[in-house]
Write a protein of this length. Structure first.
Length: 290
């Protein structure tokens, strides 16, 4: 667990918001990044053993504060104190599954936004059963690749382990069904990311780099970033879009400097630390079309 100066939730800043017409814009996403830097939200991560260090470093680079509180008896205690919570099913041991449920239930009761990342659900029964129990608790945001989203909705058998075998477009109906059923916003990661609300237009984010799929935690850490952004606004659609946009735009900038995966990972952390609201306004690509 990362030490914080005070074990209390930081005061809410003045929040970035979507424009009055309800559209999410690059300017609104940039304002939310500025809010994050001012607030340094405390993000509780109940995440998998493979990506813990990378996830914590991503949050620190961006300006948030990670707290890896993931054991039963503490996970539920901490969730009401945290600004946001990530529940990631990558390594669902008995202990982790108990901690996940504790954290999700406590977050829901306290009004703490939380993100569910249903890693590799579908074929593997333990994590799939756990994911279906957790999604019934109403996460603020569900984040996964197309195959994970389809499987979580009960419309397919999952991908190849953590890798998707489906295109983003194939998961849109499943994402919409999950959003309507659970009151969540669903973020589908892919070559072009899609953010799907229960009603209204799908938002697409066309930034990023294939190098994100070649480092451990490239997808999982995004769930933690979404929890950080969701703590800053009641608009989960804006939060998921801003998190995706800032994350993939920073990755794009890092890829331009990297020779390959080995140099990409540290360059990505540097790019997250350096990215500014002005960069988001200039570089975030939100193509039109549902």
């Amino acid at each position: 667990m990362t030490e914080t100066p005070a074990q209390t939730r930081p005061p809410a800043p003045e929040r970035g918001a979507s424009p009055q017409d309800g559209r999410v814009t690059a300017e609104a996403c940039a304002a939310l990044l500025a809010d994050l830097r001012n607030a340094s939200p405390l993000v509780q991560c109940v995440t998998n053993a493979v990506v813990t260090n990378f996830t914590a470093n991503v949050l620190l680079a961006l300006g948030a504060a990670p707290a890896m509180v993931d054991i039963p008896g503490e996970a539920g205690q901490f969730a009401p104190v945290a600004s946001g919570v990530l529940v990631n099913l990558g390594t669902p041991t008995d202990s982790q599954r108990a901690a996940m449920r504790e954290a999700a239930e406590a977050a829901g009761s306290a009004g703490t936004p939380w993100v569910l990342d249903p890693v590799a659900v579908g074929f593997l029964s333990v994590r799939t059963d756990a994911a279906r129990q957790l999604v019934a608790l109403g996460p603020t945001i569900i984040r996964g690749n197309a195959s994970e989203i389809i499987a979580l909705a009960g419309a397919g058998g999952g991908g190849r382990g953590v890798d998707s075998t489906d295109e983003t477009a194939a998961a849109l109906d499943a994402a919409r069904a999950l959003a309507q059923r659970h009151g969540s916003v669903v973020a589908i990661s892919g070559p072009v990311d899609a953010v799907v609300p229960a009603r209204g237009a799908v938002i697409r984010v066309d930034n990023g780099t294939p190098l994100l799929t070649r480092v451990t935690g490239g997808g999982c850490a995004l769930g933690a970033v979404m929890a950080a952004f969701a703590s800053l606004t009641p608009d989960a659609l804006l939060a998921a879009t801003a998190a995706t946009g800032v994350y993939t735009l920073a990755a794009e900038k890092a890829a331009a400097l990297a020779a390959g995966p080995g140099t990409f990972a540290p360059a990505f952390l540097d790019a997250l630390a350096a990215i500014t609201p002005a960069d988001v306004v200039q570089g975030l690509n939100l193509p039109d079309g549902d």
